[in-house]
Design a protein. Structure first.
Length: 40
């Protein structure tokens, strides 16, 4: 594997993990007018 392929693989893992954390964060917010901005 080249350095670029390794970098791309690691980046995919990191961005997927970040997306999951954002979804978990949004799910943890109380339902209110202000937090609805994050969930839609």
């Amino acid at each position: 594997m080249t350095d670029k392929e390794i970098f791309v693989g690691k980046m995919k893992i990191r961005t997927k993990k970040f997306a999951v954390e954002i979804i978990r964060f949004c799910d943890s917010l109380k339902t209110c007018k202000a937090s609805s901005v994050f969930t839609y």
